[in-house]
Design a binder for this molecule. Structure first.
Ligand code: CP3
Length: 342
């Protein structure tokens, strides 16, 4: 039988609501911290013998309904010839950001030969997962462009917007290159065995709806179009997207993932019920006393109202310091409250 996660992606009825967590592999997990000692995030991602156990840990410890490849959105940018790294406690950084239109020429077509460890990790994970679905992922053109232009994480995306407005043709070309590169990267993941893909547009909520429509949606839509031929469901993720949901839905994805800033039922209405929905527990709720956490889980489930096409997740990634017990409790509660067996 198809897994409940994949059924929910296609809005088919399920035996219980599927649940997984963005950033379910990470510092809150003891096994991850062990592997991480003396190594960088990308070192782990480049080593199948490390990336496989790290991706499996939350599956085994929490009982989630899907695994996600262990990698980072910055990684395929290196395979496009762009120097970028993950700085401890900061995120993606580049010493040579995109500052002038001609800088976009430095972004080359994606080279699969640069990431042989990705299909290898996927193949090894599939063997261990025995039918539990594996999610592949990439960043979306806007979120990736923000790292390329800023050279590091940003709060206001001022340089990104300045570039977008000052050099609209170069900006469009940059996003097109990213969409093509991520299309190639995601197809590689699906060919190796990923059964769904998630496109992370983590910072897209920084844009106004007209800027999104003019400067971002065309590239994002072309990425989702290029994924259709794979036949696997695509999840379109963003945060702070209350005003952008109709445009994001139009840009593509079988599932739209929403954060906690907007109630799930409201978000679903603005998506016209035309796609599945993923979300939307506040990640900080997993740090709260369990009575508060339980109530917040129940609120999300009540707003989903048992409709087909809900994938329970956080609105953003698991926070460091989250008690593993609390994460497991959420998985168990979602299954118990939505499963026929009660
Ligand atoms: O289980 C999983 O989901 C892990 C795989 C994964 C990582 N990064 C590994 C990682 C995934 C899906 C990502 C995606 C990612 N990377 C996104 C999109 C998701 C989101 O949170 O919006 C973004 C924006 C990035 C860029 C990035 N990488 C940031 C902002 C950071 C945070 C820096 C920090 O110290 O918290 C990273 C580092 C990173 N990538 C970690 C992990 C597990 C942090 C843990 C560590 O340093 O060991």
């Amino acid at each position: 039988m198809t897994s409940r996660f994949l059924r929910a992606c296609f809005r088919e009825p399920v035996d219980a609501t599927p649940v997984w967590f963005m950033r379910q592999a990470g510092r809150y997990m003891p096994g991850y911290r062990e592997v991480r000692r003396g190594r960088g995030v990308l070192d782990i991602a480049r080593t199948p013998a490390l990336a496989v156990p790290v991706a499996l840990e939350p599956v085994r410890t929490l009982g989630v309904d899907a695994a996600i490849l262990f990698a980072d959105i910055a990684l395929p940018l290196q395979a496009m010839g762009f120097p970028i790294d993950i700085e401890e406690g900061v995120g993606p950084v580049s010493a040579v950001p995109v500052r002038a239109p001609e800088d976009i020429e430095r972004l080359r077509p994606f080279e699969p030969a640069q990431v042989p460890f990705i299909p290898e990790t996927i193949r090894r994970l599939k063997e261990k997962l025995r039918g539990l679905p594996l999610i592949g992922f990439s960043g979306a053109p806007f979120t990736l462009a923000s790292y390329l232009v800023e050279g590091r994480p940003s709060k206001d995306f001022a340089r990104t917007k300045e570039f977008m407005w000052s050099h609209p043709d170069a900006w469009a070309a940059l996003l097109r290159r990213l969409a093509e590169g991520m299309g190639d990267y995601l197809r590689l993941q699906v060919e190796a065995g990923a059964e769904a893909v998630q496109v992370f547009d983590s910072w897209v909520g920084a844009l106004s709806p007209p800027d999104y429509a003019d400067a971002v949606a065309p590239a994002t839509a072309s990425l989702f179009r290029s994924l259709r031929e794979t036949g696997v469901p695509a999840i379109h993720f963003g945060t702070g997207t209350a005003a952008l949901l109709p445009a994001m839905r139009a840009a593509g994805g079988d599932v739209v993932s929403v954060d906690w800033r907007q109630p799930l039922d409201e978000a679903w209405r603005s998506l016209d019920g035309a796609v599945a929905i993923q979300g939307n527990l506040d990640p900080a709720a997993m740090l709260a006393p369990v009575a508060v956490l339980d109530a917040k889980v129940d609120d999300v489930l009540a707003r989903a109202g048992g409709r087909p096409g809900h994938i329970f997740n956080l609105g953003h990634g698991v926070l460091p310091g989250t008690p593993v017990d609390h994460a497991r409790r959420v998985v168990e509660r979602v299954h118990a409250r939505t499963g026929g067996g009660g």
